[in-house]
Design a protein around this ligand. Structure first.
Ligand code: MN
Length: 216
């Protein structure tokens, strides 16, 4: 993968640190509640970071940047795959959100979405389908492939499209956490309601900025 440096604004080298949220825990209310955000950030993401550091501590290749590790993830212990994925997936996820009711992208990104999926609504439907069809825990993604195609995919657990073991590889420009810990306090078993609410908290400016850097 040739454009990994686009993601360099997140610190992705050992020792890993929990990044601050770019907004307050209440910022995404009522769509995502403050208690979920606080537990998700401090406890879930925080634990991925400390477990990732622990999993790498005695590894002679611990200084390799995380996105390089992902390119040969099958050579690393499962704890690096799970917690390394957990770290970057969440670091990106926080940046992909802000209060933005019924937000929509514009410019070249919107054109590319319309061309690929037949329209923004059709894109939302396909993304929602991927999020709901993921059995158990995982993520739904909008990725840009190395050939600059947009695709919607989903991955299990904390895997992501950067990883060598991913069925479809690419650069994630939007992702949605569909682990129960992301929505259970407010939505219980109603994942569909959570996914519907997500469309009111997508930070399209951030998605577009990432897209534009990747497409060059
Ligand atoms: Mn999560």
């Amino acid at each position: 993968m040739k454009k990994l440096s686009v993601f360099n604004e997140i610190k992705l080298v050992y020792p890993y640190e929990l990044p601050a949220l770019p907004y307050s825990y209440t910022a995404l209310e009522p769509y995502i509640d403050a208690m979920t955000m606080e537990i998700h950030h401090t406890k879930h993401h925080g634990t991925y970071v400390s477990n990732l550091n622990a999993a790498l501590e005695a590894n002679p290749r611990k200084e390799l940047p995380l996105l390089e590790i992902f390119q040969k993830i099958e050579e690393f212990p499962a704890a690096v795959r799970n917690n390394g994925g957990g770290h970057i997936n969440h670091a990106l996820f926080w940046k992909w959100m802000k209060f933005n009711e019924n937000g929509k992208p514009d410019g070249e990104l919107l054109k590319h979405i319309e061309k690929t999926f037949g329209g923004f609504t059709q894109f939302q439907e396909e993304f929602t389908k991927a999020a709901l069809a993921r059995f158990g825990s995982g993520w739904a993604w909008l990725i840009l492939t190395e050939n600059n195609d947009l695709k919607i995919i989903s991955t299990p657990n904390q895997d992501n499209p950067f990883m060598s073991i991913a069925e479809t590889k690419g650069y994630p420009i939007l992702g949605l956490d569909v682990w129960e810990h992301a929505y259970y306090l407010k939505y219980q078993n109603r994942r569909a309601d959570y996914v519907k609410a997500f469309w009111n908290v997508v930070n399209w400016d951030e998605v577009k900025a990432l897209y534009e850097k990747l497409i060059g």
